[in-house]
Design a protein around this ligand. Structure first.
Ligand SMILES: [Zn+2]
Length: 693
């Protein structure tokens, strides 16, 4: 059962590894739905703590450090700053965005561990783990390389084969195994770690999960499948040198498992926030009237629905998550989003390349969020939704209401006259929208909520189309007043209910409507807050509107094609990166080489061979005269640009006829990784006919 009428909310969004920038998949999966939810709660006057930050421990950080040739600390410092800035610019309204490297987090995690240890809630187990004797450390799965048992890839990792995508464990890898650290062969060595005996806790966890039949089916499905398989003890410490040291004697080289300390980050970050605010953090984690909601992606379900609750249960006085509305994944242009393959739309690049368009991306990602199954982002869909929904429906309605008011009512809100049946029906419907949108948000159905929002703009468009104020103006100006009053009240309502989804647009719309000058009549000071949404008197009669500017701009093909081209270029670069140098040819003797007469000459004439898209006809000055050489390089070089260039050519190649022309030699070329060709020219001018040896 979900908590009814909570006194306050603790809302968390996944702690992302600080080992790379964020992309649209992260945003659609977790941060945007969380932000919509929190903005709605705040708008309805709720007490909320919105908590998130970066996860700065764990193997992914050390891997990144090794790749970039910097320290793990440098990695997390670099990405924490970048991620935090991107979120801010994008309008994700965290109350705190912190990091797990803070002392308060280390302290809180150690305390948590020691409590569990001292109350006898851990078991100690000795297991055999792979160890690198040269680097003198145990190896995380990712650091062990061997042969993939599925596709025979010789460079498969101990946790995954990147070639065939199989999930692996180090013991499944075929020989020869080697350590990524030193290249030496890892050996098995005994080590002691502390385990959370989830098997013993299964009944309590089952009871907890089953008490929430309202959870999303994708979340419930994963939980039930784990429970059905039977929970097993899980190690809460690791042999690693990066992370929070295990707070027990004789545990050199051991740290807390990253999935032990990361969720505790929600608590330590709440503490940090509460301290800044002069609030009591315990209310947000220990009061049974607090509703705790974790927003995450589907890959983190087990940690938030089973392992973290199990940790909290032992502490007795913590509340457990009321809901974990995890999303599925978002794909991109027909392929899985991948950081390592650079197949992504990166938020910091989007913000740079499409400035001022935060709300377009927020709208498209929310409209297409992977709420119940994987979804897909394409740039064409982005363009269509912007042009036909934001510009064509939302922006068009507001603009018509504004422009007609400028034209017929001197830019001031006209008074309502008597209402027709149609007017009353429209006002009745208007009154229902805030609840309709709010309820969908409260049930984590953000796509549906957003569709209702657009329906409200459609209602406005339909009303104007049916009442035709531009025609009525000639005969009945009082009627026009009523129509435009209603249209403006609908616009004012849009500025309230669009705020959780599109905060930048809400602000812009309020400027258009000049709402800063409206003093609320009641004492709440909340004329433009959700509490008053649905009302038809938000804008008083005679109120002067601001300037009518467009809320949204049409996106042209050029811009969209640039983004698509950029993605395809990333894909091409990736494919090139996997290319290897061609295999060596068999050994030859010096005499074989000496037979070749390689010389320097200058190209004096160059033209295309008619009817051939490959061949160029070149005249080369070889020091004794000019010789004709045909070369299959027409796709790589403009003939005019070759004239005057010194090149290397094979002078004693037997003459050959091509397209009826004789070729007396061969120009030498270097082929690059991507297949492009490059001339071999001397690094200073050499006399024509000079030999190469
Ligand atoms: Zn494989």
């Amino acid at each position: 059962m979900s908590l009814e009428n909570p006194q306050r909310y603790t809302v968390t969004a996944a702690l992302i590894y600080a080992n790379g920038p964020i992309h649209i998949g992260h945003i659609a999966g977790c941060y945007l739905p969380a932000d919509i939810y929190v903005r709605y709660l705040r708008a309805t006057g709720k007490d909320v703590a919105f908590i998130s930050g970066t996860d700065e421990h764990g193997v992914p950080i050390t891997i990144r450090a090794q790749k970039e040739g910097i320290t793990p600390q440098e990695v997390v410092d670099k990405y924490y700053g970048q991620i935090k800035r991107s979120f801010e610019e994008f309008g994700i309204s965290f109350d705190i965005y912190s990091r797990t490297s803070k002392p308060i987090h280390h302290e809180t995690s150690r305390e948590f561990f020691l409590n569990l240890y001292n109350s006898g809630n851990f078991t100690e187990e000795i297991t055999e783990q792979y160890y690198d004797e040269t680097a003198r450390q145990f190896l995380a799965d990712r650091y062990i390389i061997g042969v993939c048992p599925v596709c025979a890839n010789e460079n498969a990792y101990g946790d995954q084969c990147e070639r065939c995508g199989s999930t692996l464990s180090p013991t499944e890898l075929k020989e020869p195994l080697r350590s990524m650290l030193s290249g030496s062969k890892p050996v098995l060595k005994a080590t002691k770690n502390w385990y959370l005996p989830l098997d013993r806790m299964q009944p309590r966890i089952e009871e907890y999960v089953n008490s929430h039949p309202e959870w999303k089916t994708n979340v419930m499905g994963q939980c039930q499948s784990w429970l059905k398989e039977g929970l097993r003890p899980r190690a809460m410490t690791r042999d690693l040198d990066w992370g929070i040291k295990v707070p027990l004697p004789d545990t050199e080289g051991k740290v807390l498992y990253v999935w032990f300390d990361a969720p505790i980050g929600y608590i330590s970050m709440t503490k940090e926030w509460a301290e800044q605010q002069g609030r009591d953090w315990e209310l947000y984690w220990r009061d049974k009237d607090t509703k705790l909601v974790h927003f995450i992606g589907k890959d983190n379900i087990v940690f938030h629905c089973i392992i973290f609750p199990a940790m909290l249960m032992h502490e007795n006085n913590y509340i457990l998550a009321d809901n974990v509305p995890a999303n599925e994944f978002m794909n991109l242009e027909g392929d899985k989003i991948s950081t390592s393959r650079n197949w992504a739309v990166w938020l910091h690049e989007y913000l740079n390349e499409l400035p001022g368009k935060q709300d377009v991306l927020r709208y498209v990602l929310a409209a297409n969020a992977p709420e119940t199954k994987d979804s897909e982002f394409t740039w064409k869909d982005f363009q269509t939704r912007n042009n036909s929904e934001l510009v064509g429906v939302f922006g068009n309605f507001v603009n018509r209401a504004m422009v007609l008011t400028q034209k017929f009512c001197e830019g001031k809100v006209p008074p309502k006259g008597s209402l027709t049946e149609l007017d009353r029906a429209v006002l009745d419907e208007l009154a229902q929208f805030p609840d309709r949108i709010g309820q969908a948000i409260e049930q984590y159905r953000f796509r549906e909520a957003l569709a209702y929002l657009l329906d409200l703009a459609r209602l406005g468009n339909k009303y104007l189309a049916e009442t035709e104020p531009w025609k009525v103006a000639k005969t009945d100006p009082l009627r026009v007043n009523t129509i435009l009053n209603l249209a403006l009240q609908i616009s004012a309502n849009l500025s309230i209910v669009c705020e959780p989804f599109m905060p930048f647009t809400a602000e812009k719309l309020r400027k258009l409507l000049n709402t800063a000058n409206i003093t609320p009549e009641d004492a709440t000071g909340t004329a433009f807050h959700w509490i008053n949404a649905g009302k038809a008197d938000l804008l008083p009669d005679g109120h002067a509107l601001g300037e009518a500017v467009l809320l949204f701009e049409k996106l042209e093909d050029d811009l969209i094609n640039q983004q698509i081209a950029k993605l395809h270029e990333a894909k091409r670069m990736n494919e090139l990166a996997t290319k290897t140098v061609p295999e060596a040819k068999p050994v030859i003797q010096y005499d074989d080489f000496a037979k070749m007469d390689i010389r320097i000459g200058t190209i004096v004439e160059a033209e295309r061979v008619p009817k051939s898209d490959k061949l160029l006809k070149l005249k080369v000055d070889d020091g004794t005269g000019q010789r004709q050489i045909l070369s299959g390089i027409a796709k790589h070089f403009e003939p005019e640009k070759l004239i005057g260039t010194q090149v290397t050519f094979l002078a004693n190649l037997a003459p050959r006829k091509m397209m009826g022309l004789e070729s007396q030699g061969m120009i030498l070329m270097a082929e690059d990784r991507d297949g492009s060709l490059s001339l071999i020219s001397p690094d200073k001018a050499v006399w024509n006919g000079g030999t190469v040896s």
